[in-house]
Design a protein around this ligand. Structure first.
Ligand code: MRU
Length: 356
């Protein structure tokens, strides 16, 4: 494990390949894996080498660009057919985080607008777009961080869930980006990280990421959150999102809803930080968001260790929906929406259009 890590590069372009940290084996091992096609990137997304809504979007964009490079010497017909297949493979890799489809649609726009160019020109434009989507994600996270940091009082303890940090994005992070920015503003913030069963993104990734940054972090199991809230030891909750519906309902890692209900019970602000690429205006409300169900093995154990009886019935939804009414504020790169409503969210997109 590297302990001198200053900046976590979740994804990077090296030697004409996409390299991604293998998040399945962190923090015991820090290793980059290299990818050179849509199929291998789609499999990396599905198997959680890379995870976190914005990071998945960036990976999918690179996957599409890699496919174009791989097929560069093919006839225009084979090139087009291959790109459609690559698009479908990537689009199906995970269903809930909408950043995946958002990024792929941006890539398809570039492809369709340059269809009369030769394959190498299209491939070069697609790679440039993947770089742009990745760079813009970091810029959005930094802006979001500045807005969100203003909401956190000095000397506060913030509970977070899953990993919405640099590892879940192209860099800086969404929920953890707000923490980083608050720290950069000179505030003393400490973190309580829930371990986040079953994939342990909190225990394995958030705790590690915060330790790399020297931001004070305490790890708890998920069922301890209510206890600490009831004792007044948590001043705010800050989470990310995988998809926000037009009415402000939030799909995020399974267990988020439980925390939002507890936060309301104890009068603790519940904040959601996400870029506009996570907001899906085409989905009216949370009940319409597709919820991924993952394999039983994630619940019966982790990697080589199985603790539940073989054959026991399992349910494993990877996300849940927190109704907008439980969200104190939505923090985005275009500003903060208090008590999010459809109207408040639409205004963010008007601001986005005005600056494009
Ligand atoms: O299953 P994962 O690890 O991809 O789930 C990730 C989350 O739920 C994050 O909270 C969300 O994607 C926001 S990441 C900035």
């Amino acid at each position: 494990m590297r302990s001198d890590l200053e900046k976590i590069e979740t994804l990077r372009w090296r030697d004409n390949k996409l390299e991604m940290i293998d998040q399945r084996i962190l923090p015991a091992h820090f290793e980059y894996l290299a990818f050179d096609s849509a199929a291998t990137v789609a499999e990396a997304i599905r198997s959680m080498v890379v995870r976190g809504a914005p990071a998945i979007g960036c990976a999918a964009a690179y996957g599409f660009a890699l496919e174009a490079r791989r097929l560069e010497q093919e006839s225009p017909e084979n090139f087009a057919r291959g790109l459609e297949q690559g698009f479908a493979m990537l689009a199906q890799s995970r269903p809930t985080a909408v950043n995946l489809l958002w990024a792929l649609k941006k890539m398809r726009e570039i492809w369709h607008s340059s269809k009369t160019s030769g394959n190498p020109v299209i491939a070069a434009k697609l790679l440039a777009k993947a770089h742009e989507i990745t760079a813009e994600d970091i810029r959005a996270n930094r802006r979001m961080g500045e807005y969100g940091a203003m909401l956190l009082p000095d000397n506060s303890t913030v509970l977070t869930y899953c990993n919405a940090g640099a590892l879940a994005t192209a860099g800086h992070g969404t929920a953890l980006g707000v923490i980083r920015s608050a720290r950069d503003q000179g505030k003393k913030i400490s973190i309580i990280a829930c371990e986040t069963r079953p994939f342990l993104q909190g225990a394995r990734l958030t705790a590690w990421e915060m330790m790399q940054e020297k931001i004070p972090v305490t790890l708890i199991t998920d069922n301890m959150a209510g206890h600490f809230m009831s004792r007044g030891e948590i001043h705010a909750i800050m989470v990310g999102a995988d998809r926000v519906a037009a009415n402000g309902d939030v799909a995020n890692k399974i267990g988020t809803y439980m925390l939002a209900v507890l936060a309301a019970r104890h009068g603790i602000p519940f904040y959601v930080a996400c870029p506009l690429s996570t907001i899906d205006l085409a989905t009216a409300s949370g009940g319409l968001i597709p919820i991924e169900e993952r394999t039983a093995e994630e619940v019966t154990g982790y990697r080589d260790c199985q603790w539940a009886a073989t054959g026991v019935a399992i349910r494993n939804p990877a996300f849940d929906v927190t109704p907008a009414g439980l969200v104190t504020a939505l923090i985005t790169e275009k500003g903060v929406v208090q008590a999010p409503t459809e109207e408040g969210i639409r205004r963010l997109f008007e601001l986005l259009q005005a600056t494009q």
